[in-house]
Design a protein around this ligand. Structure first.
Ligand SMILES: NC(=O)c1ccc[n+]([C@@H]2O[C@H](COP(=O)([O-])OP(=O)(O)OC[C@H]3O[C@@H](n4cnc5c(N)ncnc54)[C@H](O)[C@@H]3O)[C@@H](O)[C@H]2O)c1
Ligand SMILES: NC(=O)c1ccc[n+]([C@@H]2O[C@H](COP(=O)([O-])OP(=O)(O)OC[C@H]3O[C@@H](n4cnc5c(N)ncnc54)[C@H](O)[C@@H]3O)[C@@H](O)[C@H]2O)c1
Lengths: 202, 202
């Protein structure tokens, strides 16, 4: 198992390698990678040597090979079908964002509790009522969900997701979710990012 | 200076204390705080003792006092006027989200390069053209910006922000921004969160 902080660094390296490959760059050394990611060059060398990738002195790492190598760790080649729960402001921004497909994520179902939203089409996918969520998730074999419902609806929606076979949840609602041990929740809280900035503004 | 990881924990504690105060809870001990934030109880005790907050044995910490104490560190009582650059999917979700005001953040200006968006009103604020950005920022004395423009427009928009006197940038565009030393950029990358989940889905 690769620790989560290392995976986060790999995900950022992958983004930079993708960009470099698109621009026709063939090699990048750890100092250049540091300038592009703000991960220290020594940390990058350490992480990559863990993969057996040493780079050539004076030349650096081969961009397309390194990208493939990290991509396979992140399993970008696999399709990761996911469900979106809560088709509000943030949910729609995520549904309409093409960037997640670069990592293999493909939106397959959208759920909302608002009668008026049910039946609307987003990215070619009809919004379903949250009442049928467990059955629909099981039928589509969806194991990953992105949760963008209000805080007070989050635990209830999570219980439905778990009942529907979901095992990985990306949670944007500012609350701590209780899930069974075989379930991984990743909290993505945006508000603390603002709060930190507030501290610095003398 | 309080280190950023500690500030992040304080921001999460603040959210939980706000919720507890709204529900009429008077005391919380470190074990209860751990269950609500997934920060370890020992880390919470360590962080709070740094503030001189020890809690009473068998009773815990007084919720409203602790909230005030952490709120003053995060300077939530100060108004933090900010500008939003890029009124697209994510930008509008952020502009329309009431949660940031709890930390003192108040949207004061919105900029976009799309002629069709200029003049539209979001949260009572007219979208201005990015062409007048530096002058408008200086006139409104705005020092904080949230950047939600596409990756390839991000560095250029950042240079305009710095020219307009902005010193703190919350960056959502997946790229590393170059800024002068007196400027703080906080990257909020959402894509790596998906990538990490991808690794776990066996
Ligand atoms: N918008 C932001 O920038 C932002 C920032 C930080 C945190 N968040 C968090 O992200 C979440 C979504 O925020 P938003 O701004 O998109 O809110 P929103 O109100 O625009 O959208 C929430 C959606 O969830 C739906 N919903 C409510 N209960 C549901 C349930 N049980 N099952 C399915 N759908 C349900 C609503 O009908 C609505 O469409 C919230 O928890 C919010 O605190 C948002
Ligand atoms: N939507 C998401 O869920 C999501 C997820 C991860 C990352 N991001 C990143 O967040 C940023 C915004 O994403 P989005 O989905 O809102 O994109 P979007 O295309 O919907 O919005 C971008 C907005 O920026 C404006 N713009 C372009 N150049 C500008 C400039 N120089 N000055 C001012 N405005 C300018 C455009 O007119 C548009 O309104 C992107 O960098 C994207 O990679 C978004």
């Amino acid at each position: 198992r690769i620790p989560i902080p290392t995976l986060t660094r790999f995900a950022n390296l992958y983004r930079v390698l993708q960009e470099a490959e698109a621009e026709g760059v063939e090699h990048l050394n750890s100092a250049q990678l540091e300038a592009l990611t703000s991960i220290s060059a020594s940390q990058i060398r350490k992480d990559l040597s863990m993969l057996g990738e040493m780079g050539r002195p004076g030349v650096g790492y081969k961009v397309n090979l390194l990208k493939k190598r990290i991509g396979s760790i992140l399993r970008v080649d696999r399709g990761h079908p996911y469900a979106l729960v809560g088709a509000g402001q943030l949910g729609r921004a995520i549904a309409n964002y093409p960037g997640f497909e670069d990592y293999g994520f493909k939106l397959k179902a959208i759920f909302d509790s608002d009668r008026e939203k049910v039946g609307q089409i987003v990215q070619g996918i009809p919004i379903e009522s949250n009442e049928h969520m467990p059955a629909s998730l099981l039928q589509k074999s969806i194991r990953i969900a992105v949760l963008t419902v209000p805080r007070n609806a989050a635990q209830d929606a999570t219980d439905q997701l778990v009942a529907g076979g979901v095992r990985w949840i990306l949670n944007f609602a500012p609350t701590h979710l209780k899930v069974p041990d075989n379930c991984i929740v990743r909290d993505v809280f945006l508000t603390p990012e603002f709060a930190i900035l507030g501290h610095f503004t003398e």
